[in-house]
Design a protein around this ligand. Structure first.
Ligand SMILES: [Zn+2]
Length: 251
């Protein structure tokens, strides 16, 4: 594990970047123009693939704690962005039967509503009581901002509301400390990463983090979709670090 200048894991070496999978919905959606949904049978097969390789799916908060203790080997972060109700119905049972956990990143200002920021058929988002069910099942609740706006270039007031404001309201709603933040659209810059750290989050999940920005506030994630059969999962597991290296310092 690369530790730099008193910042602990603030900066990550390429070799210490963990594998974190990024999901959205797990459902039998017919209309899915952004390819955000994985069908339940496919999701079960993907979790089974991890299990057969001796890998364990965990919440990112658990993964980060294990990284601090140099015990992250064999752990794979499982994340769900946006907080779709289908995750509770279709993904959580598959996780629990394998003794896996995960992190669900919820949009604080959209609880119990629908994904109205995307075009297409609206999908229901988790209600307050469903978020409580998730937490009771051992699923980590993280923040996916207050209103799902891109944060790169955002002014300080917007950052404050989206980053700190969402942490405060989700902490109350879930009656738990909110340790993780996922940047909407993976959109972030140095100011956004500073805002996440300043608001008290322990980690931030991005999507395609450039090499130069690797760190606990910008953990890269690997997109998972319906097309990801075992062969593609094996390739992704093999290549996710190389993909970061190829992109170098570009943002
Ligand atoms: Zn999102």
């Amino acid at each position: 594990m690369t530790a730099g200048n008193g910042t602990g894991l603030g900066r990550l070496g390429l070799g210490s970047v963990p594998l974190i999978l990024m999901y959205h919905a797990v459902d039998t959606a017919d209309h899915d123009p952004h390819m955000l949904s994985v069908r339940p049978d496919r999701f079960a097969a993907q979790m089974g693939w991890l299990r057969r390789r001796g890998l364990r799916g965990v919440a990112v908060g658990t993964l980060v704690a294990a990284m601090h203790a140099s015990r992250a080997r064999g752990l794979v972060g499982i994340t769900f962005d946006d907080g779709y109700a289908s995750v509770l119905a279709n993904a959580v049972p598959e996780l629990l039967r394998r003794e896996f956990t995960a992190t669900v990143f919820v949009i604080a200002g959209r609880v119990g509503q629908v994904n109205d920021w995307d075009r297409g058929t609206p999908w229901p988002l988790l209600s307050r009581s469903q978020i409580g069910e998730l937490a009771a099942a051992g699923i980590e609740i993280g923040s996916h901002s207050a209103t799902h706006q891109p944060l790169a270039g955002a002014d300080p007031e917007l950052l404050e509301a989206e980053v700190r404001g969402s942490r405060d309201s989700l902490s109350r709603l879930a009656d738990a400390e909110i340790r993780g933040f996922a940047y909407p659209y993976g959109s972030m810059d140095a100011a956004a990463r500073r805002a996440v750290r300043a608001a008290g989050y322990e980690y931030g999940c991005a999507v395609r983090t450039p090499w130069a920005q690797l760190g606990l506030m910008a953990l890269p994630r690997v997109y998972m979709g319906q097309r990801d059969d075992p062969a593609r999962m094996a390739a992704k597991r093999l290549l996710y670090r190389a993909d970061i290296a190829v992109r170098g310092g570009r943002s």
